[in-house]
Structures are given as C-alpha cells and as structure tokens.
Design a protein around this ligand. Structure first.
Ligand SMILES: N[C@@H](CCC(=O)N[C@@H](CS)C(=O)NCC(=O)O)C(=O)O
Length: 222
C-alpha cells in the first residue's frame, strides 16, 4: 500500500489529492510542521526533513509534482495523465512542473518571512518583493492559459493538482484577493471536486486522530 507522510495543507497535499482522484488505497502518516524541528525522528526516514515522502513498496519519492506524475502513470493513465502520444504531452509535463518550480517556490519566502518566523526575524521587504513576483507569475499563467478551464489537454489532469495547489498556497499566503480573476475561478472549480474535498477531509480526520492518540489523559480536579 502507498504510504504518504504529510503535514496539513503542505505540498504533500498534492500527493494526497492525486491519491483521492485515482481512488488508490493509502495510509497517511501525519506530522507536525515543520517536521525537521517538531518530529526529529522523521529525519531517520527522510534526511531532507521535507514533506511529502511517499513510499510505494521499494519506491521512495520526495517531490510532490513527480509523485503526481508517478501515481498517474503507474495507476491511472489518461485522462488523469496525458499520454506521450497525445499532442498535449509536453504542455502537460510543463504545467505539472511549472506548478511547483515556478508558482510555488517564490511563495515560500512570503510565507516564511511573513508568517512563520518569529516577529524579530520577519522581513517585510522580502515579503513584499516575493509576493509581487509570485503575483506576476500568476498573471503570466493567466495570459498563457487564456481563460481555459484546465491547465492543458482540455481536461482535468495531474497538472491541475500541481497548479491548483500553488493557488491554494497563495491563498494561505494572504494573496487571495490579488490573484487574477480567472485564476480564482479556476481554483473554485478545482476545490469543488469530490477528490479535493475527500483529501481535505482525510487529512483533518488523520490529524485529529493523531492528536487524540498523543493527547495526555484528561485530568479531573478534586
Ligand atoms: N519541491 C519539493 C519541496 C518540498 C518542501 O520543501 N516541502 C515543505 C512543505 S510545503 C517542507 O517540508 N518544509 C519544511 C522544511 O523544509 O523543513 C516538493 O514539491 O515536494
């Protein structure tokens, strides 16, 4: 069975959403964020300390877009994957990796130096600059996709999971209102998918169960 190490709404959400789209059985291993500091034992199985980590038997992967590509190729094929023989194959690969490498990367600076670091280590100038850079990239995506319903191939594919997650993160980064209109509609369409909602519910349930297991027994006062 596929095992996915995951933190709530982190990049590993791409893999979780992909598993739900395919309907493949999986086991979720929830971690507190960031595991590098809050779950040091995780470093023994992933020295990078990052999530996702996905294991499928002997196979071990740590890149969220690559995991989506692998799962679709191995367990689903088209329509979730775009086949090599299809005209949109190159556009599919490009969009799949664009979602992580181009749209997600600059947001990590916005999140880290705007929300995650303690106040004395925050960098407002970096946040402003990288937020502007991120939004410029979303505007370019909007122009490139010219209002198309999906990123490529005229249908929902793993590329939409990759890009859709980048939009989801931009919302967490506080950029929701500044995203281009068509990008906001694109995300609303993706977020209404049953598999997206199932992934959200699965992570919440797994996290609540983990917290319940780790919580100390309730004290009764005398
Ligand atoms: N390119 C990788 C990035 C993985 C990554 O940096 N994940 C973040 C969470 S969204 C993480 O684990 N950060 C914690 C850390 O670096 O310690 C991917 O797409 O999976």
């Amino acid at each position: 069975m596929v095992v996915l190490w995951h933190c709530l709404d982190a990049r590993s959400f791409r893999a979780l959403w992909a598993l739900e789209e395919i309907g493949l059985p999986y086991r979720l291993e929830m971690l507190p964020f960031p595991p590098r500091f809050l779950a040091r034992e995780y470093l023994a199985i992933n020295p990078l300390g990052t999530i996702p980590l996905m294991m499928d038997g002997e196979i071990r992967m740590t890149e969220s877009a690559a995991i989506c590509q692998y799962l679709a190729d191995r367990y689903a094929g088209p329509p979730l994957a775009v086949g090599r023989e299809e005209p949109a194959y190159a556009a599919y690969l490009n969009a799949l990796h664009f979602g992580e490498a181009t749209l997600t990367f600059p947001q990590t600076i916005v999140l880290r130096y705007g929300q995650m670091e303690p106040p004395e280590r925050r960098l407002p100038q970096a946040v402003t600059d990288y937020a502007r850079w991120t939004l410029g990239r979303f505007r370019a995506f909007e122009e490139m996709s010219a209002g198309a319903e999906y990123a490529c191939a005229g249908r929902f594919t793993m590329a939409d999971i990759s890009i859709g997650y980048a939009v989801m993160l931009a919302r967490f980064a506080g950029l929701a209102d500044e995203l281009p209109e068509a990008t906001r509609c694109y995300f609303d369409r993706l977020a209404a998918r049953p598999a997206f909602l199932a992934a959200k519910a699965a992570q919440r349930l797994a996290w609540d169960e983990k917290k319940a297991v780790r919580a100390p027994p309730t004290q009764t006062t005398t």
